[in-house]
Design a binder for this molecule. Structure first.
Ligand code: FEO
Length: 174
C-alpha cells in the first residue's frame, strides 16, 4: 500500500526524509531561541529576551511551512522530538555568537537539500526552498549586525545595557 501511495507523489523518499530532518532542525532552533530568551530575561536583558522570543516564533513558522509542504505533497510530515536544549549560556555575547552559528548551520542545511533536489530533478521542492534561502540572507545579516554591536559599543560599563537597547532596531533592508 505504501508503495502504491508513493507512486502518487513526486516527492521521493530521500527528499521527504531531508525535509523531515529540516523540520526537526527548525523546531530545535525555535526551542533554543526560546531558552536564549529565558536566559536573557533572567539576566536583565529584556529587549533581547523579547527579540529572541519573536525569533523563536519565526522558527516555528518555518517548521510549519515545511511541515505543511511535506503533507501537501503527499508525504508524511513528522512531528519532531526535541531534547537536550541548553538552558544556560556562558555570556550575553555568547548567546548571539551561538545564534549566528545556528543560522549558518541552517543555511548550510538548506543548501544541501537544494543541491539534492537539483540533482534529483525535483524542481518543485527546489523552487519551494527558494523562500527559505532568501530568508537566510536576512537571518544571517541580522545575526551578524547584532554581534557587531558588541564590537562597536563594547561591553564595559553600561555597554551591555546599550547593546540590549539597540537590538530591537537591527533589521535588514531598511
Ligand atoms: Fe529557520 Fe533561522 O532559520
Amino acid at each position: 500500500m505504501k508503495d502504491l501511495l508513493r507512486l502518487r507523489t513526486s516527492l521521493t523518499e530521500e527528499i521527504e526524509a531531508l525535509l523531515n530532518e529540516q523540520i526537526k532542525m527548525e523546531a530545535r532552533s525555535s526551542s533554543i531561541y526560546l531558552s536564549m530568551s529565558s536566559w536573557c530575561d533572567r539576566n536583565g536583558f529584556d529587549n533581547s529576551a523579547k527579540y529572541l522570543e519573536k525569533q523563536s516564533g519565526e522558527e516555528r513558522g518555518h517548521m510549519l511551512k515545511l511541515f505543511r509542504f511535506v503533507n501537501d505533497m503527499g508525504g508524511k510530515a513528522i512531528s519532531p522530538e526535541i531534547t537536550d536544549i541548553p538552558q544556560e549560556f556562558d555570556s550575553f555575547k555568547g548567546v548571539f555568537e551561538l545564534a549566528l552559528q545556528q543560522e549558518i548551520n541552517v543555511t548550510a542545511s538548506f543548501n544541501r537539500i537544494a543541491d539534492r533536489c537539483f540533482k534529483a530533478k525535483d524542481f518543485m521542492t527546489f523552487q519551494f526552498l527558494q523562500w527559505f534561502l532568501n530568508e537566510q540572507i536576512e537571518e544571517e545579516y541580522v545575526a551578524r549586525r547584532i554581534l557587531e554591536l558588541f564590537e562597536v559599543i563594547g561591553e564595559e560599563g553600561t555597554g551591555r545595557w546599550q547593546i540590549d537597547k539597540n537590538i530591537p532596531g537591527v533589521s535588514y533592508g531598511e
